[in-house]
Design a protein around this ligand. Sequence first.
Ligand code: SF4
Ligand code: SF4
Length: 397
Amino acid sequence: MAELPTVLDPTLQAVDAALEASGNAEPHRPYLGMSEIGRPCQRALWYGFRWCSVKSFDATTLKRFADGHHGEDVQADRLRMVDGIELLTIDPRTGGQFGFADHGRHFRGHMDGRIKGILQAPATLHVWEHKQTDEKKLKALEKAKQEHGEKAALAQWDEVYSAQAVLYMHYSGMKRHYLTCASSGGRKTVSVRSNAAPDKAKALKAKALRIIQSDVPLTRISEKPDWYQCKWCDHQAICHEGELPEINCRTCVHATPELDGNGRWSCAHFGCDLSTKHQRQGGECPEHRYIPALIHFAEAVDADQAGNWVEYRAGETTFRNGGNYYTSAEIKALGRAGLVPEVLDIKKPSAAPGANQNQSQPPSTSAPWLPAESAATTEETKTAALASVPAPWAVKG
Ligand code: SF4
Ligand code: SF4
């Protein structure tokens, strides 16, 4: 039988469009999350920490996220209906979520709650985490519980959630974890308990530090673009297809995440710290130079710190990022296909590479790249003092 045509509802389509517009307005997270560190590809985690790709979600995914947030509140209320259960979802010391941070606060996580009084182990404090998922994944959890036993089920079922659980136990000092997982809408719920795993926590902490401290992309999980994990990856275009990453301070060769502050980033070019707001606005900085390893299709063959340029070779083509040559924005716009001799000859300044091209353009206080105001976030509020000063590229001459 031929498939019946879908009758579209313009009102619901408008709802989805509005959802996508608001749901995708979230800026990049300023830290590496404990909720993601269990992901298998460390290169993808590095790209995420360095804000390389813009993520966008379709309306269906955004509705799933909303169901997850709502489901957590529903499940918390349901657990509190049981006599003897004490469930805290707010840290009484801070009035906010229970949170943990490490590695100069570049690595952070927030657990859903702390629970005591569950009937299987009434005297034991547990980290509580709730997930909302589809029927298929819920069934897989039940199966893992039957086949591997309750305590091993979480690690068998989902390595990302398992890593998160291990870290929350490690940082909270609790030795047990209680995961509830419900199908969409919270109709059916499965639970698993798991034990602390100090060695695994140590390995995850080391993995996070490796990602934070690396100034180049880490090893790929696969060299094949059609590898199943690559097909779903947000960074597939820059990792396998030669697209250039976003331009912000985190993709700039001059930026470093420092381990001695509160998520502190410094800029070696301007010799200052960077607020989260200014890092996001780094695309407006004329001194941005790509981390050379992010231009995968070319090899960095020369550089000059005083002139703030890096020279690349890609086959027969030679081009520079900086000096009087190409800005990062121009290189990104030209892309791999545009960085060819025919195009470069047109754009190239009259002097050849190496001839009087060492002078970086000094920023001016009346610069047209003065950053536009952006919406404040909690993180920016915390670093308000730093964020309220002008961007470094707008004041240093
Ligand atoms: S495309 Fe594949 S190798 Fe590249 S970052 Fe993503 S998962 Fe890792
Ligand atoms: S302020 Fe400019 S030079 Fe410094 S890290 Fe940001 S983009 Fe790079």
